[in-house]
Ligand binder design. Structure first.
Ligand code: 3PY
Ligand code: MG
Length: 252
């Protein structure tokens, strides 16, 4: 099975990525049918462990979307298990140094390119019997830039072969810059850092992605030139829709 995300980016089409924080295969299935190009199972800040992630990937397989995972940390064991579970790409938090990026990429590639251990249990069921010869090319690697060191080492990280792109964590990035955590910060220091990361990623021919808090915010980021955006996680979308429905019912 082909990873269509790369193709969409190459064709200049923005990738709209869903985000799952609720440990539910049913939520995953609902979001998988909502029209997102990819959907990320978030094991860092989502309430999701490795055992809950498996049925979520199974549910996503019943939908047209490309399944991704955000790992809790740059841990080879976790990354490899999620790839074996059928994630077609990894978003890795806090990529701050070239060594971080090298370890991350290596965890997603089989020898001789990397150190990924062979055992693509469920990945084989999702991808098809020809998983192995294509896996290194199909698995998407997105490193999160969200620390001061990540900013300082940005160009060296972006030069890493095998790293497909970066994903900005705007909340952690704002904290790192001495500001308050906010997805769409208007603090000029954060605004400038976000623009800088986007420009450098594009200059290196790498994917520029960013987490956003809403559909409006995601559209704004696309207009700035971001190629991959997440218009809020499913818990936030559900809460917003519920609040709006309650307000409407009350005639507010
Ligand atoms: C951040 O904003 O720091 C993120 O990691 C988004 O989930
Ligand atoms: Mg973060």
């Amino acid at each position: 099975r082909e990873n269509t995300i790369r193709k969409k980016i190459a064709a200049g089409q923005p990738v709209i990525n869903g985000w799952l924080a609720i440990p539910s295969s049913y939520s995953a299935e609902v979001i998988g049918h909502a029209g997102f190009d990819s959907v990320t199972v978030d094991l860092q800040h989502g309430m999701i462990g490795i055992d809950a992630a498996l049925p979520m990937f199974q549910a996503l397989s019943a939908t047209p979307t490309i399944p991704l995972a955000r790992v809790p940390w740059n841990d080879p064991a976790q990354i490899m298990r999620l790839l074996d579970s059928g994630a077609y790409g990894i978003i890795c938090p806090m990529i701050s140094t070239v060594d971080d990026a090298a370890s991350f990429v290596s965890s997603c590639r089989y020898p001789p390119r990397g150190q990924r251990s062979f055992g693509p249990a469920r990945a084989l069921l999702y991808a098809g019997a020809d998983y192995y010869p294509h896996a290194d090319q199909e698995m998407l690697t997105l490193g999160m830039i969200e620390t001061q060191a990540g900013l300082d080492n940005l160009d060296k990280i972006l030069a890493m072969e095998g790293l497909d792109g970066i994903y900005i964590g705007p909340n952690d990035l704002a904290l790192a810059l001495g500001s308050v955590p906010k997805s769409e910060s208007d603090d000029p220091v954060v605004v400038q850092a976000v623009a800088h990361i986007r420009e450098r990623a594009i200059a290196h021919g790498k994917i520029a992605g960013i987490f956003c808090s809403s559909g409006e915010a995601a559209a704004m980021r696309i207009s700035q030139g971001f190629q991959m955006v997440t218009p809020g996680n499913e818990a936030a979308l559900m809460a917003a829709a519920a609040k709006a429905a309650v307000a409407t019912a009350r005639g507010a």
